[in-house]
Ligand binder design. Structure first.
Ligand code: PFF
Length: 467
């Protein structure tokens, strides 16, 4: 089996691909915003602990499953458990989540592409805050803009996945990831010279327990799943293209560190701009799509910085998007014997169609009525009605990914045979001594942490905040 399976051309190729999957809208858009919302400092520290104690062990578990079985999620769970075992459902859950997440992720990626285009055409120049807010408002509700860019993003994603492991995924992440990193460094270099930089560093790193709530702690944990692409088999799939003797531990740690560094860099790019131009630190979608263009419109050479920033966001989204499509396509390739071409095209087009309601979510409250009562019960309704986009995001990030992560941890910790597991973990790594700790984290820390997230999500931990 190993002989015919496609593999990464090099270990670096895998690391770049896995880091490419991890680094995305979650790092550059969401992390700074939730950091702002939770008051910085302590939140960042807790997030780092979650990455280390929950995220990394699950990432190792996923890569372990993929590398051991050399199969995509569904086949991988089947290969490691008995016939008809319910564990296989975890693999299925992953495939479903890939469809769900990519369908709305592509819409946000579409905004990033649209804003790259707006920057190229210098559309933000001489705009004041009201005009820029209105611009985003118009984009948000426009069916043509949303659908057009959604189709464009999916078309590029499909084209890359069609190329296969080495000629598609690896070739592109080799270009896009370093480009992203360099762009981030350049922007960071610019941010350092801004007068708001000192305040931004203080805000991000100085301990400030004031705004931190139990909900914030659990939000940090939930975000650890999303940002590391965990809980849906993306890392199982990418791990399945590793050779069996590739170093599991070093690669996982490298990917986790890269992801974290980029998230922190995003804060140190966004907050200085925010503080320098006198904006507040708490915000939502606006942080990027409203405040960044405003900053660019007031900066010398702003148009160029705008192009760089939004191109960077598009790159980050693209390398995550291809990993999502790869999870879906690899199921049909491995389990149904489809050609890569057929699988990538069919899954890609299905996701494109599934994303249409999300792309139309801003302009229409098509599904608002139906979801209204459901979502106000869940406490995620902004009062204006709940749309398809929000519903998918809520479902995937708050429920499906942590649930998948929990099952993956339990499976590896309690179900997979001990001797084979130990030998597998220790193959090809100098860090075999971490094995015992890894298992303990998967056995106890991960399940307890995830269950806390769930209890919080259904509101049972509200009393901790005094609510
Ligand atoms: N990790 C990506 C981000 O932070 O934007 C999102 C993501 C990609 C989640 C791939 C899950 C996944 F399988």
């Amino acid at each position: 089996m190993t002989g015919t399976r496609a593999h990464w051309g090099s270990r670096l190729g895998f690391i770049l691909a896995a880091a490419g999957s991890a680094v995305g809208l979650g790092n550059i858009w969401k992390f700074p915003y939730i950091t702002g919302e939770n008051g910085g400092g302590w939140f960042v520290l807790i997030y780092l602990i979650c990455i280390a104690l929950v995220g990394l062990p699950i990432m190792m578990a996923e890569i372990f499953i993929g590398r051991t079985t050399q199969l995509a999620p569904v086949g991988a769970f089947r290969a490691l458990s008995r016939r008809g075992s319910p564990w296989v459902l975890t693999g299925w859950l992953g495939v479903v989540v890939a469809f769900v997440v990519l369908s709305y992720y592509s819409v946000v990626a579409g905004w990033a592409m649209h804003y790259t285009w707006l920057s190229i055409t210098n559309a933000f120049a001489a705009h004041d805050q009201a005009a820029i807010n209105e611009l985003f408002g118009n984009v948000y509700v426009s069916p043509t803009v949303n659908l057009g860019w959604h189709v464009a993003f999916m078309a590029i994603t499909i084209a890359i996945v069609l190329g296969g492991v080495q000629k598609g995924l690896e070739r592109w992440v080799r270009i896009l990831m370093p480009a992203l990193f360099v762009l981030m460094l350049v922007m960071l270099g610019r941010a350092v010279t801004m007068e708001g930089f000192g305040r931004a560093v203080e805000f991000t790193f100085a301990p400030n327990a004031e705004n931190l709530t139990a909900a914030g702690v659990l939000e940090a944990l939930g975000h650890a799943f999303f940002t590391l692409s965990l809980g849906m088999g993306a890392m199982i799939t990418y791990g399945s293209y590793l050779r069996r003797d590739d170093d599991l531990v070093a690669t996982s740690v490298t990917v986790g560190v890269l992801d974290t560094v980029i998230a922190l860099m995003a804060c140190l790019i966004l907050f200085p701009i925010t503080f320098t131009f006198g904006m507040q630190e708490e915000r939502t979608v606006g942080l990027i799509f409203m405040n960044m263009p405003l900053a660019f419109s007031q900066m010398p050479g702003g148009a160029l910085w705008g192009v760089l920033f939004f191109a960077l966001l598009t790159f980050a989204a693209l390398t995550s998007g291809i990993s999502l499509l790869e999870v879906a396509a690899s199921y049909f390739i491995d389990e149904r014997g489809w050609t890569r071409r057929r699988a990538a095209l069919t899954c890609g087009i299905a996701i494109l169609l599934l994303g249409i309601p999300s792309a139309l979510s801003g302009g229409t409250r098509l599904f608002g009525e139906q979801f209204q009562s459901l979502t106000s019960n869940l406490g995620v309704n902004d009062g204006a009605g709940f749309n398809w986009f929000d519903f998918f995001d809520y479902l995937a990030s708050n429920w499906m990914l942590p649930l998948g992560g929990l099952f993956i941890a339990l499976f590896v910790a309690w179900r997979v045979g001990g001797a084979a597991r130990e030998a597998g973990f220790k193959t090809g790594t100098r860090f075999g001594g971490l094995y015992w700790g890894w298992i303990q984290l998967l056995r106890y820390v991960v399940p307890i942490a995830v269950i806390l997230v769930f209890l919080n999500a259904i509101g049972l931990l509200g009393f901790l905040d005094g609510t």
